[in-house]
Every structure is written in C-alpha cells, then in structure tokens.
Ligand binder design. Structure first.
Ligand SMILES: NC(=O)c1ccc[n+]([C@@H]2O[C@H](COP(=O)([O-])OP(=O)(O)OC[C@H]3O[C@@H](n4cnc5c(N)ncnc54)[C@H](O)[C@@H]3O)[C@@H](O)[C@H]2O)c1
Length: 255
C-alpha cells in the first residue's frame, strides 16, 4: 500500500446535493478512498445512479432523498444517516442553486426567496441537525459557499447574499463549537464546470460566456476533481487545525 494523500478510510460522511457536480464528484472520490458516504439530494434518479456507480466498484455510497429547504426533511435525513453509518464524522453541506443573472432591480421575489431558502436556510437546517450528531465525539462541517460569498458578484446578487450568509454561519459556529472539537469551514470555488454552470452558460451570449470563463486568471473553469480533491483533504485529519475559514479554489481570482 502507498501512502494516499487525504486519508479518509472509514470516515462516516454525509453529503447534500450529492447527485450532481461537485457533490457527486466528492462522494465518488471519498468512497474510492474508503469513506462510508450517504448522499442526499432532491433528485432521486441522479442520486441513485451515483450510489450505483460506487456499489458497482464495491464502494460505499447510499442515497437518501432530501429537500434541504425543509427542516423536517433535513431532520429525517440526519436520523437516516446516523442509523445507516452508525455515527457521523463529516457533513458536507453542498446542495445549492443559482438564479438567472439579472440586475438587482429586476430580480424576482421568487429567485431571491428560493436562493435564500436553499443556499442559506438549507445550510442552517443542516448545521442545526449536524451539531447534536457531532457533539459526542467532535467532527467537521464543511459548507460549500463560493467566491460569491467573499466578494461582489454583479448580476447574481441573491446568490451572492446567500453565500455571504453561509460564511457568517460558518465563522460563528466555528467559534461556538471549537471547545467541543467540531470544526466548521467553507469551500469557496469560482466558476467550476458542473451542470449548474453549464445551465447558466447556455442562457448567455458568447461575450458573457467568455467573461465567465475568463473571470479566473487561469482563463478556464475549475474542474470538479479540483474541488473534490480539496474536499477530501478537508475531510481527512490532515486539516485538523483549520477552523472557521474559507478554502478558496479560484485559479487566483481573489489574489
Ligand atoms: N459550479 C460552480 O461554479 C460553483 C461555484 C461556487 C460554488 N458552487 C456551489 O457548489 C454547490 C454544488 O454546485 P454544483 O455546481 O455542483 O451544482 P449542481 O447543480 O451540479 O448540483 C447541485 C445539486 O444540489 C441539488 N439540490 C438543489 N436544491 C436542493 C434542495 N433543496 N435539496 C436537496 N438538494 C438540492 C441538485 O438537485 C443538484 O443535484 C452549490 O452550493 C453551488 O452554489 C458552485
């Protein structure tokens, strides 16, 4: 056996939004490295497909349906995960949505409310449910925020507000629970090639598409495996002194 980076063997990990994009890539990488993973998502079909991909290789991913915007649904998910895994070490709050780019005065109530309900209140629902599960032994909550949670994001202001809110929850909880050895960190990617971003690109003209792709000094989108590798390190004990911070993966955008 070699010495794999980011050893997560045997870790019990719950991932929301695990049926697609960054969540699915993280689930598959963690399971490949020996973690026991529950993925939860609104999308049953895609979630079951990710679980089947892992079990075909003898790896451990179980799917459970959730709507993170619904507190009761989240409570049921955590009860399921605790039972299924026999405890929890890491929770990756990754489920999220965006909205059609629009100047602030043209944003609809529906887009604003939905982004806050899923991206911000959804993460809070999951943090609230995770903490009692992690209190007995300690653990790690990793929230997927965004560079849009750290700086201005013209045309996606509701999304940006929701992600700034996630940073606030992350930093406050990091201090509240440090003594209990529960750590809270955020992952902040810039534009990464996932169905969410492909869907946004499809709604824009070529000039706006290029602006998104070239927003990073590396002049390309991030790849999901560039995010999941960082997530795996965060899930491992190697990250044990990181608490209350943003792990920014942006090709240098915020440098
Ligand atoms: N792709 C990017 O450029 C990028 C950049 C920064 C941050 N992020 C964040 O990364 C996370 C994952 O995004 P992605 O790009 O992989 O998107 P994605 O659309 O590929 O995956 C998101 C998943 O979340 C699920 N989901 C949405 N609403 C849900 C709900 N209410 N309950 C449960 N599941 C729900 C979707 O069904 C989907 O499977 C999001 O929080 C997103 O904001 C993405």
């Amino acid at each position: 056996m070699g010495h794999p980076a980011a050893n997560v063997e045997g870790k019990k990990i719950l991932i929301t939004g695990g049926a697609s994009g960054i969540g699915a890539a993280s689930a598959l990488l963690l399971a490949e490295r020996g973690a026991k993973v529950v993925i939860a998502d609104l999308s049953e079909q895609a979630g079951n497909e990710v679980a089947e991909q892992a079990s075909a290789k003898g790896q451990s991913i179980v799917f459970h349906k959730v709507d993170v915007a619904d507190g009761e649904s989240v409570r049921a998910l955590f009860a399921f995960a605790m039972e299924q895994l026999g405890g929890l070490d890491v929770v990756l709050n990754n489920a999220g949505i965006d909205h059609k780019p629009a100047p602030m005065h043209e944003l609809s109530d529906d887009d604003f409310d939905r982004n806050i309900a899923v991206n911000l209140k959804g993460v809070w629902h999951c943090m609230r449910a995770a903490i009692p599960c992690l209190l007995p032994k300690g653990g790690h909550v990793i929230n997927v925020a965004s560079v849009a949670g750290l700086r201005s994001s013209p045309m996606i202001s509701a999304y940006s507000a929701s992600k700034h809110g996630v940073m606030g929850l992350t930093k406050s909880a990091a201090i509240e629970y440090a003594k209990a050895n529960i750590r809270f960190n955020a992952v902040c990617p810039s534009f990464t090639d996932t169905p969410m971003v492909q869907n946004t690109l499809a709604q824009l003209d070529e000039r706006a598409q290029n602006a998104i792709i070239k927003a990073s000094p590396m002049r390309r989108l991030g790849r999901v495996e560039e995010i999941s590798g960082a997530v795996a390190w965060l899930c491992s004990d190697e990250s044990s002194f990181m608490n209350g911070h943003a792990f920014t993966l942006d090709g240098g955008m915020l440098a």
